[in-house]
Design a protein around this ligand. Structure first.
Ligand code: TXA
Ligand code: MG
Length: 380
């Protein structure tokens, strides 16, 4: 029988939120028991990392499970990842089962150092060196020709592999200690909003995995930029907080392909399934709106015939006042801070039972491009 042991409460949640999380775990039990016939999960441990001793204990536990072919949720600076040994096809297969992820969607391989990155690729073109020097460790994934030892399960049978050296010290320590790279998609059930703290992971996957490591709030907050270096010219497959202009500035010798905002490549394996329009969605319906003042917002909401009691507003500039009964969440008007907070706000609205989430329209400009991309996909 499956259950959850909250070894240490998440530092990011209030007691009432934690209680609700535990109730959700209980609902997951039957599904989990069916899923884990060959890998029984007796409890989901959540291990904290905020002292040197706790960090060390959590690294040791994660490494033990990963070496045994297990799947664990680990913090990264972008979003939390659901990790397994990238060189073990069976372990990677388990990630797909747990997430309910379609087999045609390749997963990113996480490394801790250039040498390990090079071992995952059959070729290492010079732009990879330039970009790695400029942006690694960090929120950039490079798509390169795959090395022979990378299993089909990772690449969805395709000829390329996505490689990233994350900057979060916890996942770096785990990879170094394991000595092998980790395949890791975002640690959520397929198509949901990516988790940016341990509580988000436990709500989505609690009872289905044996370990979640709590490494605090993810500091970037949205998924890495995915750059295809096997395309000529190189192409951004998924925008991220390292934007195309920064990549271009680091590669003065070559020109990046213009990003096709509406690319929904359906070839198998998908060029980058994160580009499918329906992705990263909260449970609630999401609408992007702008308004000039409270009165204007009230009129717009009325026109949309929304149930105001279940409508939440996420605003950064035109902060509604006295807009009962809709709930208002504030988010910073600064691209980096907005990215760090947006998924947590979407999770919060979902957890509060929102039927509709109104997000105030964001500014144009390169710094906002990836955020606009995620919001549009969440709204579609
Ligand atoms: O920030 C991130 O990238 C996070 C953390 C955990 O590292 N990971 C993440 O993984 O967002 P996932 O699986 O949710 O998204 C990976 C994206 C997908 O859009 C996938 O299609 C694309 O990267 N991808 C992975 N390997 C690829 C490849 N060989 N060719 C093209 N796209 C690839
Ligand atoms: Mg994902």
């Amino acid at each position: 029988m499956c259950g959850v042991t909250q070894v240490a409460a998440s530092r990011t949640a209030s007691p009432s939120v934690r209680r609700k999380g535990l109730r959700n775990f209980k609902k997951n039990r039957i599904l989990t028991a069916a899923l884990d016939n060959d890998h029984p999960v007796s409890a989901t441990e959540i291990l904290p990392t905020h002292t040197a001793a706790l960090f060390k204990t959590a690294v040791a536990r994660a490494v033990e499970l990963l070496r045994a072919g297990g799947v664990v949720a680990l913090p990264t600076e972008t979003v939390y990842g659901l990790a397994a040994n990238a060189l073990d096809a069976r372990a990677v297969q388990r990630i797909f089962e747990i997430k309910g992820r379609p087999a045609h969607n390749p997963v990113i391989v996480h490394v801790a150092g250039l040498e390990m990155a090079r071992r995952c690729a059959a070729q290492w073109p010079s732009p990879a060196d330039t970009l790695a020097a400029a942006f690694w460790p960090g929120p950039l994934t490079l798509v390169l020709p795959r090395a022979k030892n990378i299993p089909d399960a990772v690449t969805a049978g395709g000829p390329t592999v996505g490689i990233r050296w994350p900057s979060h010290p916890f996942i770096q320590a785990v990879i170094r200690e394991c000595g092998f790279p980790l395949a890791a998609p975002s640690a959520n059930v397929s198509n949901g909003v990516s988790p940016t703290n341990a509580l988000h992971v436990s709500r989505s996957l609690g009872g289905k995995i044996s370990l979640i490591v709590d490494g605090g709030q993810s500091q970037v907050g949205i998924e890495s930029t995915v750059l295809d270096l096997t395309a000529n010219p190189p192409r951004v497959l998924r925008p991220g907080m390292i934007h195309a202009e920064s990549l271009q500035a680091a590669m003065p010798g070559s020109t990046l392909a213009a990003t096709d905002k509406n690319a929904t490549d359906n070839a198998a394996p998908l060029r980058s399934p994160g580009r499918l329009p329906k992705h990263y969605s909260p449970r609630a319906k999401l609408l992007i709106l702008s308004w000039s003042d409270d009165r204007d917002l009230r009129l717009r909401l009325k026109k949309l015939k929304l149930n105001l009691e279940k409508t939440h507003v996420i605003a950064h500039s035109m902060i509604p006042s006295g807009m009962e009964p809709a709930r208002v969440n504030l988010i910073p008007h600064d691209a980096e801070a907005f990215a760090r907070a947006i998924y947590a706000e979407l999770h919060r609205c979902d957890d509060a039972g929102a039927e509709c989430i109104i997000v105030e329209a964001i500014p144009d400009g390169p710094a906002w491009h990836a955020i606009a991309d995620r919001l549009q996909r969440a709204a579609s």
